[in-house]
Design a protein around this ligand. Structure first.
Ligand code: GDP
Length: 458
């Protein structure tokens, strides 16, 4: 299993236990993400609690055959990717909703790219099967041919579950499919340690002050714990589950809303429990300071030219690309040719490829995954260009295929000539000079700012 599903890799293996899977729901607009989340919640409310006031706190848990599943209830890949770009792991499993009367749409493709970029296993919910014009067989074929999501009935390894968020048909099967996938994936945590996890929501509430929903991902959270969440901190005064019931503790994969922080944290911030309130205060002050500094400086771009340096530094062995082309006919040739490029041990992986201008969504995907965007006969729309600039995402446009391939090849070899003027990536002060025969002069230097990389010019 990918290491990140055991989020806290410092834990000893023997301390790890299975935790409920955390599931996110993705898919094209109007295909029924929200309806599905509501229906799952309604049909799985525990007995005796029906009629209780449920609150949307960013996630909820359901029980099925004595097993628990956590659903994030902000649907859509935007939330999921925002979390990833802040370093948080969004979910363990993604449910891709595809309406059986509408089929694969552009956002279906995008959502899948986001889930695949995150390395999350995917379950398909074929929704709206109650509709007269639903054509599940056709959509299954589309999924297989266009998205390489082959249904298990056809010998593939994707569970494709027909459901109706309207009638409730298939909802139990969907939860069962999620649990089957969870069985195949080691979804682990150590429940017996200080809690850590991700902030799902933060807001000010009248009479309550700052309220945050925390998803515990490791350890157990208790009332009275001192928490640092992003740049906020405080001692937990009270905790509530999604039914508004007071709870004293929260285990891995459990969402709780908490009171007691000095400020509402941001969705996607990581949180952790610390022993000492003074440590909590000084840590958050430091973070606030760093954040203010970062706002003054523009984002450092990861450019195509940097790829080779990253390979050299051992940071990665893959160049990740998001590709946009003008017409359907160019998609295959462009993707195929770049995917075949391999130089030494380094290769290219296409996270997402589609037809149309470069959108803000493409930029967010590239940003969360450390990818570069390549446009073929297309350009970035205004919002995308602005976001790319502020996040430091590199966008390259080409209109001749061989030029595109050549650039990528040269980048992998470290031979790509920069398109731009020199860029200062770091500043150092020379403190001492050493003269070494036959080698030359060596400058003992002290880095004052930025990074000094091997192969950089000075
Ligand atoms: P979202 O944009 O993906 O969150 O989609 P919504 O949940 O808002 O659903 C879009 C529309 O489809 C709404 O009018 C829903 O009532 C309808 N809808 C959702 N699921 C089903 C279903 O299974 N059957 C039918 N007939 N309609 C559905």
């Amino acid at each position: 299993a990918p290491a990140w599903r055991q989020l806290y890799s410092t834990e000893e293996k023997s301390d790890l236990e299975r935790r409920p899977p955390v599931v996110t729901i993705l898919g094209h607009v109007d295909h029924g993400k929200t309806s599905l989340l509501d229906k799952i919640r309604q049909t799985n409310v525990q007995e005796g609690e029906a009629g209780g006031i449920t609150q949307h706190i960013g996630a909820y848990q359901v029980e099925h055959d004595n097993r628990v599943v956590t659903f994030l209830d902000t649907p859509g890949h935007e939330a999921f990717t925002a979390m990833r770009s802040r370093g948080a792991a969004g979910a363990d499993i993604a449910v891709l909703v595809v309406a059986a009367d509408d089929g694969v749409m552009p956002t279906t493709r995008e959502a899948l790219a986001h889930a695949r970029a995150a390395g999350v296993p995917i379950v398909v919910a074929l929704n709206k099967i109650d509709r007269n014009n639903a054509n599940p067989e056709y959509v299954k074929q589309q999924l297989a041919e266009e998205l390489d999501l082959r249904s298990d009935e056809w010998g593939g390894d994707t569970l494709v579950v027909p459901v109706s968020a309207k009638t409730g048909d298939g909802i139990e099967d969907l939860i069962e499919a999620i649990l089957l996938v969870a069985d195949d994936t080691e979804i682990l945590a150590n429940p017996n340690t200080k809690a850590a996890g991700t902030v799902l929501e933060g807001r000010m509430e009248q009479g309550r002050g700052p309220v945050a929903t925390l998803l515990v991902q490791n350890g157990t959270l208790h009332t009275g714990d001192i928490v640092i969440a992003g740049t906020s901190h405080g001692r937990i005064k009270a905790m509530f589950d999604e039914k508004g019931k007071t709870v004293k503790e929260a285990k891995p994969s459990q969402p709780v809303s908490v009171m007691g922080l000095d400020d509402p944290p941001h969705a996607g911030d990581m949180f952790e429990v610390v022993k000492d309130i003074k440590v909590a205060r000084s840590t958050t002050e430091m973070r606030q300071f760093e954040q203010d500094q970062a706002e003054i400086q523009p984002a450092v771009a990861f450019t195509l030219e940097d790829a080779f340096e990253r390979f050299q530094a051992g940071e990665t062995k893959e160049l990740l690309l998001v590709i946009k082309v003008d017409v359907d006919g160019s998609l295959e040739p462009v993707v195929q040719s770049v995917e075949h490029i391999e130089v030494a041990d380094f290769n290219v992986r296409v996270l997402h490829a589609g037809v149309g201008n470069i959108s803000e969504d493409d930029v967010n995907l590239a940003n969360a995954s450390g990818a570069i965007i390549i446009g073929f006969n297309v350009h970035a729309d205004t919002a995308a260009a602005r976001t790319a600039e502020s996040l430091g995402v590199d966008i390259r446009s080409y209109n001749i295929i061989y030029k595109l391939i050549e650039s990528v090849e040269l980048a992998l070899k470290g031979l790509l000539e920069p398109e731009y003027a020199d860029r200062t990536i770091g500043v150092a002060e020379v403190r001492a000079l050493f003269r070494v025969p036959r080698v030359g002069n060596i400058a003992g230097s002290y880095v004052l700012d930025g990074t000094i990389r091997r192969n950089s010019k000075a």
